[in-house]
Design a protein around this ligand. Structure first.
Ligand code: 5GP
Ligand code: ZN
Length: 112
C-alpha cells in the first residue's frame, strides 16, 4: 500500500519513533510546529476520520489516553494541544489518521 505512515509503521521509512505498543506508534513530526510536536498513529491503516467504524472506538480511546500519557512524559503537563485533521479543508496532508500533540509553547485559539 502506498501510504507514508504505513511505511513508517513497517520501518521502511525512518522516523524518530519513541513509543510503540500493539496498536499505535508515536514519532516526532518532521516539521515541528512547537518545541514538542509528535504524531500518534494507529498501526492499522485508516484513511480519514470519515472512515472510522464502530469497531475503532476502543482504538481511538487508546490513542487519546496514550497521547496525554506521552505528552506528560515529554514535559507538557502544563498545557498541550491534540489535533486531528480530516480531509483537505481541515489541512490533512497524510491520508492515514494521526493525532498531532503539540506542547511547550503558548497556543492561540481559534486556529488559522
Ligand atoms: P496533516 O497535515 O495530515 O494533519 O499532518 C501530517 C504531518 O505529518 C505534518 O505535520 C508533517 O510535517 C508530518 N510528516 C509528513 N511527512 C513526514 C515524514 O516523513 N516523517 C515525519 N516524522 N513526519 C512527517
Ligand atoms: Zn497507512
Amino acid at each position: 500500500m502506498d501510504c507514508l505512515f504505513c511505511k513508517i509503521v513497517a520501518g521502511d521509512i525512518p522516523a524518530r519513533k519513541f513509543y510503540e505498543d500493539e496498536q499505535v506508534i508515536a514519532f516526532h513530526d518532521i516539521h515541528p510546529q512547537a518545541p514538542v510536536h509528535f504524531l500518534l498513529i494507529p498501526k492499522k491503516h485508516i484513511r480519514t476520520f470519515n472512515d472510522l467504524e464502530e469497531d475503532d472506538k476502543a482504538l481511538l480511546g487508546h490513542i487519546t489516553y496514550t497521547a496525554q500519557r506521552l505528552a506528560k512524559e515529554l514535559g507538557c503537563e502544563g498545557g498541550f494541544r491534540m489535533v486531528m485533521n480530516c480531509n483537505p479543508l481541515a489541512g490533512q496532508s497524510v491520508y492515514h489518521i494521526h493525532m498531532h500533540v503539540l506542547g511547550q509553547r503558548q497556543m492561540a485559539w481559534p486556529p488559522g
